[in-house]
Design a protein around this ligand. Sequence first.
Ligand SMILES: [Fe+2]
Length: 287
Amino acid sequence: MPGIEFANLAPNIGAEVRGLDLSRPVAAAEMAALERALADRAVLLIRGQDITPEQHIAFSRQLGPLEDHVLSNFCLPGHKEIFVVSNIIENGKHIGAFGGSKQYHSDLAYLDEPSLGSVFHCLECPEEGGETSFVSMSAAYAALPEERKRWLQDKKAVFDYVWHYERTHRDRPALTDEQKAKVPPIAHPVVRTHPVNGVPSLFLTEIWIRRFEGMDDAESQKIVADLLAFATGPEFIYVHKWSPGDILIWDNRNSMHKACPFDETGTRRRMHRTTVTGTRPYFEAAA
Ligand SMILES: [Fe+2]
């Protein structure tokens, strides 16, 4: 039996994992238990991990192949797998990406194969603010009326990165044709089956969704807004208050997350993130 224990962090989402030391390879039986717990709880917390970037990468690889981030200027020097998320400025330059999305999303949901999940390591964090808030989209889906679930099961949502960018980032440079070509609109099932435990989840986000396939924008967005208002009810949420040494693993296949604000000019926040490559979302009706 694996020598690790799980304790729930909130009723519907999150578990703390005790008895793991990520400075050493995790045994196959323990990895299987972690992967199952990640599917069931969407967010796993492992406290007190004083690990090197190499150990962070080695553990993340046990979950799957890693992505190299497109913003290579914010990767840890010498470690293209580690994306630095920080508000800190050194020698006049930001050392990492800052101002993470304050709207609920699932990472890279606008791609054909969105990320499986991320492994976040907290190195420095403010005393107040800067939390990360998570929503269980499997618990939210399970709580919907049966009629609503049936209606959603054959729907697809069109994620349109360029459309979203052009209406919200008027202050940023326009996307080039080459950039636009990399992110064409993509339709994903609104109800997504988790490949590990077979549990269905809502697959929606507060950003990027333009419409349901076959419906117009305004009508679709009203329905998406109603569903997200329901999904972000307090019973489906876990808000993580960070401490240095925390490792948080989240699953993009059954949850959304957002960054909470903090004093970005008077405090220091420094995180290392790896991202595990995902596969195309699908829906499989229960037998
Ligand atoms: Fe994110």
